[in-house]
Structures are given as structure tokens and as C-alpha cells.
Design a protein around this ligand. Structure first.
Ligand code: NAP
Length: 367
């Protein structure tokens, strides 16, 4: 199978660099187009990212030689699309919500599908917020989205906020096994790489915890799960009404890996600790059944050690695509509590975006 040529918008950023790294030698996709802000446009990719933080791979070969384009210049992407250099784009842009929203729509209108990490379209009712193991059926909204906009080949599909990634699949596995979840109280400890470039000033974060991530982070953590657990009704995604979520989000001095501590309350049917572990350990979703290239073999890994999961030890589990859970125990206030971890720039961002693209290709939406 010939590889599909793809573009990365925001390719020079924290998530963009992770895309370039993860797509190196990808069996289905080949990066042929990179774009970022006008600050980077016109430079070779290797020059544009030279000297930037820890990813700092040797980009001299392949993508390193490609000239960075201005992501705002949709005409340039259309020309690349016509030259068969950019069948679809991954969007890892960090700019204003309205600007991002309009720009992603312009790409879709030009017939270039957009698989996005940005939050701009997460609340658009006909845009799916995909976690491939949980709601692959939400891709069925795409024909409605195309019809509503008069788009032929283009569409927009997005990923949720990285802060919820570590616990959504475990919660979904329990709901799927018949255990309704009514309430969640969650406290996140989020890595500095989640803040993008240039990140959090070292004088603010070393020897410190900041009890605030940014505008809307806690609201996103409380609302996005309801859309992901929602249903397609009359051409839009209707949110689920449960669970009720209270989220507190903190920035901690960890480079990569968001950790979350949860207490949850079930409906009338309450599983035992052992039953929950069995559900998690046996869970497989469509990406595993379809053997999508970036899918983790075991999407939920349970660690029995009393001091796991830990970011340094567990964030890279199964290509950094698995979520790692531990410390499951009864809760004195709700029913059970546990700790969950996932790699924020891989599973929570670029790796999750690539898995979504693989899902969309598998479902026939990417040619
Ligand atoms: P970042 O490191 O700040 O990178 C932002 C990218 O956007 C860079 O390539 C930058 O180009 C480009 N850009 C900025 N302003 C632009 C403009 N006016 N026009 C065109 N391009 C522009 O941010 P990030 O952490 O990679 O995040 C990217 C997106 O993913 C954001 O929407 C973020 O919310 C989301 N996300 C991030 C994470 C994470 O863990 N970091 C997780 C999930 C989702 P230059 O380099 O040329 O400035």
C-alpha cells in the first residue's frame, strides 16, 4: 500500500514535534507538508526547531529538509494537496480559538480533512471528539457534518483535552461492562509539556505546584467526557447526562505524563475491586481488534504495586499509548478511588491524533 502523504499544522510546537517523531516510519502515513506560524515559515524544518527543548531529535533527514509553510496560507496547502503532498492535515496549532476554528474550517472546506488537537471545535455539535477505544462510532457524524457545510471530502475530527485521557478509557470499560458511573471527583497533576512552548517559567514550577492550568481547563475536564459518552441524534452529538464531574487541575514539576486521582460513585450495581480490575485488564476496543498500527496492545494496564503509577516509570508503557492505573481501593465518601496516568503529548495529543487518523482511514474517511 502506498503511504498517504500528510501535513502537520503547528509542526514546530511541542505536539507538532511529537507528530513528526511518531510519524517517522509510520506504515500508512508519510509527512510531506509542515506548517507553523509566520515566524517559522520559510525555514527548513530542522532550522525552525533547532535549539527547542527536549525532543530535539536529529531532523536532518526527511522532514528536516522540508520548508515550513505558513499554516494560515490555505492556498499553499491546497496547492500541496493538488500535488499529492498533503491528503489531510494533523492540526497542532496554538492560536486564538476563533482563528483556529476558522482556519480548520477553511482547510476542511478546501477538501483537506483536519484531525485536530486544538480545543476550538470540541464544542461544535457535529464535530466528533474521538478517543478511538471509546467512541469510534462517533465518526458516523462526518456525513452529517459534510452535508451541513456543503463539504465534499473535507471534515474536522478532534481529540479531547489531554487532562482527561488517563481515566476516560477505564471509566468507559466499566460503563460498557454494565456499571453506570454517576459521580466523579478528580484531581489532576499535569506535566509542564502540557503548557506548550516555551512552557512554564522554571522559577514558577521548580520546587512548586501551581493550582491552576489556564482558563477553562477544569470546565473542559468536566464537560468533554459527556460529549465523548454522548450519542448521535438528528445529525448532532447529544451529550450524555452522566456522570456528574468535579475537576481540580494542577500544574506539577513533571516533564511528561498527566496523573489523575479519582473517586467515583456507581449507580445501583456496584462492582467489587476485583471485578473492576478484571474489567480493565480484559478491555479491548476497536483499535485493538482492528490492529491499528499505533494502538496499544493493552489499552489499560493495571499495576498492583502500591506506589504506581509514576510518570517517570509508567508514561512510556506500550509506546506511551496505554493508560496506567493503580491504587484501586474503596473510598470512604464515594464508592472507589484510584490513580491514573497517561503520556500527555503522546497518548494525550499526537499519538492519540495518529490513532484517530488510523481509525478514520479504517472507517473509509481518508481515502
Ligand atoms: P506549542 O508548543 O505552543 O506549539 C504551537 C504551534 O502553533 C507552533 O508550531 C507554532 O508555530 C504554531 N502557531 C502559533 N501561533 C500561530 C499562528 N498565529 N499561526 C500559525 N501557527 C501558529 O503548543 P502545543 O503544546 O504543541 O499545543 C498545540 C495544540 O495542541 C494546542 O491547541 C494545545 O491546546 C493542544 N494540546 C496540547 C497538549 C500538550 O500536552 N502539549 C495536549 C493536548 C492538546 P511557531 O513555532 O512558528 O510559533
Amino acid at each position: 500500500m502506498a503511504k498517504i502523504p500528510v501535513g502537520v499544522l503547528g509542526a514546530t510546537g511541542m505536539v507538532g514535534q511529537q507528530y513528526i517523531t511518531l510519524l517517522d516510519n509510520h506504515p500508512w502515513f508519510d509527512v510531506k507538508y509542515v506548517a507553523a506560524s509566520p515566524r517559522s515559515a520559510g525555514k527548513k524544518y530542522s532550522e525552525a526547531v533547532a535549539g527547542r527543548w527536549q525532543l530535539a531529535k536529529d531532523y536532518a533527514a526527511n522532514v528536516g529538509k522540508i520548508t515550513v509553510e505558513d499554516a494560515n496560507d490555505v492556498k499553499c496547502a491546497i496547492a500541496a494537496h493538488k500535488r499529492k503532498k498533503c491528503a489531510f492535515v494533523f492540526s497542532a496549532l496554538e492560536m486564538g480559538k476563533d482563528e483556529t476554528s476558522a482556519l480548520e474550517e477553511a482547510y476542511a472546506a478546501a477538501g483537506i480533512p483536519v484531525i485536530s488537537n486544538a480545543s476550538a471545535h470540541r464544542w461544535t455539535p457535529d464535530v466528533p471528539v474521538l478517543i478511538a477505544e471509546i467512541n469510534p462510532h462517533h465518526t458516523d457524524i462526518i456525513p452529517f457534518q459534510r452535508k451541513a457545510h456543503g463539504w465534499d471530502k473535507g471534515f474536522i475530527a478532534v481529540k479531547p483535552n489531554c487532562s482527561i485521557q488517563s481515566y476516560m478509557t477505564p471509566l468507559h470499560a466499566l460503563v460498557q461492562a454494565g456499571y453506570l458511573i454517576k459521580k466523579i471527583i478528580v484531581t489532576t497533576m499535569q506535566a509542564v509539556s502540557g503548557a506548550g512552548y516555551p512552557g512554564v517559567p522554571s522559577l514558577d514550577i521548580i520546587d512548586n505546584i501551581i493550582p491552576y492550568i489556564g482558563v477553562g481547563e477544569e470546565e473542559k475536564s468536566e464537560k468533554e467526557p459527556l460529549k465523548i459518552f454522548g450519542s448521535i441524534i438528528n445529525g448532532v452529538i447529544q451529550n450524555a447526562i452522566m456522570p456528574k464531574i468535579s475537576a481540580t487541575c494542577n500544574r506539577v514539576p513533571v516533564v511528561d505524563g498527566h496523573t489523575a486521582c479519582l473517586s467515583i460513585a456507581f449507580g445501583l450495581k456496584k462492582p467489587s475491586v476485583d471485578e473492576i480490575k478484571k474489567v480493565w485488564q480484559s478491555f479491548k476496543g476497536l483499535p485493538q481488534e482492528a490492529k491499528l498500527p499505533t494502538a496499544p496492545q493493552q489499552p489499560i494496564i493495571y499495576r498492583e504495586e502500591e506506589n504506581r503509577p509514576q510518570p517517570r516509570k509508567d508514561r512510556d508503557a506500550d509506546k506511551a499509548m496505554a493508560v496506567v492505573i493503580g491504587r484501586l481501593r474503596p473510598c470512604n465518601v464515594l464508592d472507589v478511588r484510584f490513580t491514573a496516568l497517561s503520556h500527555n503529548t503522546v497518548r494525550g495529543a499526537a499519538g492519540g491524533g495518529i490513532l484517530n487518523a488510523e481509525l478514520l482511514k479504517y472507517k473509509g474517511y481518508l481515502g
